[in-house]
Design a protein around this ligand. Structure first.
Ligand code: PNW
Length: 453
């Protein structure tokens, strides 16, 4: 048996816009994802989160499912447009009521609530004033964090500020494949900075309000050279690592932006967004770092290769190698060594911060047969990645918990409902939930606190 530490925390994750539905309920205002999903061509099949898993109304049943699986922790996100429909200004108590009920329900079963304050659903009202390109959005985030803490802080110990600022900034403002769908490299870097500033100001605000544990969730990626002997490929690795990993991790956990990254982005103009004490604010101490891990990437230097779709602004002459091994339904390479490498690297480069795997999982083409959803490919994905976590633990890395992505099949952003990541299958016609084989498997892993040999 491959046993985990007694204190290891098992759980699952979701996000508000991906599961809640009820987008008009109880005073919620539109978010950038409501707007974006209504833009022709933005989301596969023109789908929206209007109904999603109807979790807003079915949360009691869903918490009962979590208890049935034996989850000890549940990571969910709070929808800013439910709590402050204008982005800033008046608080909507009815929006907070939902999370109040959810947190109470989790405690009834002894499940630890781990809310993330921002998982991509920016109030449209703030986007209309520039969104994450506007410094004011970072301040509004800190105000919103305080309001949420005032209501839930007596029953929530562990908070995370943002989910994957890389996606918000680069996919939202650089490549435009996520909301708000802008394609402007300079805007993407301004967004990186204001997201980091929001994290720093939010962390300070939560602490001032008495929060016990505060962290950030990122999606660092293991960047590997296509040809390990090529010096040019090593340079490409350094640039992509800088734009994906160090641009977030160094300011939060170290001291400021890395010089090579600042030099790279100077081609998009002066960083007028960088004010005197910002880096100090962003470096506010944190109690945990959440890692969302799906796959490694391989890069090669290919002089003349075009910049791509704006996902890494300015990174021309670099090719992202297509997966050579097995992939998930997303086309993402399956390679658990990327997770153990990453955990070891974070432990080494940024020592002293407890790590959590806050998302990990795979989309596969699940088929329902009666009451049964056989998904051996997901079981082997999860098993492989949990072994990688165990390898890191054995190597002395401080990993405190593992939260599978995702509890439920849900709205997979630009892919709509076509990609299923859930441990639990959702029939979107009837909203019926069916445990997949992987859910039964996960329940037994949790019960034993171990993987079979
Ligand atoms: C993460 N990419 O998103 C999110 O935190 C989840 O909401 C999401 O459902 C999950 O991973 C699966 O996709 C990502 O293009 C979306 O590299 C896209 C990328 C990475 C992460």
């Amino acid at each position: 048996m491959i046993s985990f530490p007694d204190t290891f925390v098992w759980g699952a994750s979701t996000a508000a816009y991906q599961i809640e539905g009820a987008v008009d309920a109880d005073g919620r205002s539109p978010s950038i994802w409501d707007t974006f999903s209504r833009t022709p061509g933005a989301v596969a099949g023109g789908q929206t989160g209007d109904e999603a898993c109807d979790h807003y109304r079915r949360y009691r049943d869903d918490v009962a499912l979590m208890a049935d699986l034996g989850l000890r922790a549940y990571r969910f996100s709070i929808a800013w447009p439910r709590v402050r429909p204008g982005g800033d200004g008046p608080t909507n108590e009815r929006g907070l009521d939902f999370y109040d009920r959810l947190v109470d329900e989790l405690h009834r079963y002894g499940i630890t609530p781990m809310p993330t304050l921002y998982h991509w659903d920016l109030p449209q009202a703030l986007e209309d004033r520039g969104g994450w390109t506007n410094r004011r959005t970072a301040e509004a985030f800190a105000e919103y964090a305080t309001v949420v803490h005032d209501r839930l802080g007596d029953r929530v110990d562990c908070w995370t500020t943002l989910n994957e600022p890389w996606c918000s900034a680069y996919l939202g403002y650089g490549s435009g494949i996520h909301a708000p769908g802008r394609r402007d490299p300079a805007a993407a870097f301004a967004a990186v900075h204001h997201l980091l500033l929001a994290h720093g100001l939010g962390t300070q605000a939560l602490r001032a309000a008495g929060a016990r544990s505060v962290g950030l969730v990122v999606n660092p990626v293991a960047v590997r050279p296509d040809d390990p002997t090529s010096a040019a490929d090593a340079d490409a690795v350094r640039l992509i690592d800088g734009l994906h990993n160090r641009i977030f991790l160094d300011p939060v956990l170290g001291d400021g932006y890395p010089a090579d990254v600042l030099a790279h982005l100077s081609r998009f103009g002066e960083p007028t967004w960088l004010a005197e004490s910002d880096e100090k604010t962003i470096a506010a101490p944190i109690d945990l770092l959440g890692i969302n891990y799906y796959n490694p990437v391989y890069v090669a230097a290919r002089p003349g290769a075009p910049e791509g779709n704006g996902t890494y602004p300015g990174a021309a002459g670099i090719e992202f190698r297509a997966p050579t091994g097995p992939t998930t339904a997303m086309g993402w390479e399956i390679d658990p060594t990327g997770l153990s490498d990453l955990l070891r690297r974070l432990h080494h480069d940024y020592p002293g911060t407890p790590l959590w795997v806050t998302e990990n999982g795979g989309a596969f083409d699940d088929q329902v047969s009666g009451d049964h959803v056989p998904d051996d490919d997901r079981i082997s994905y999860l098993d492989g990645h949990l072994r990688a976590v165990h390898t890191a633990l054995r190597g002395g890395v401080d990993v405190r918990g593992y939260l599978a992505w995702s509890l439920l099949d849900n709205f997979e952003w630009a892919e709509g409902y076509s990609k299923r990541f859930g441990l639990v299958h959702v029939d979107y016609r009837t909203q019926r939930r069916t445990l997949k084989d992987s859910a039964h498997w996960y329940r037994s892993v949790i019960a034993r606190n171990a993987l079979p040999d």
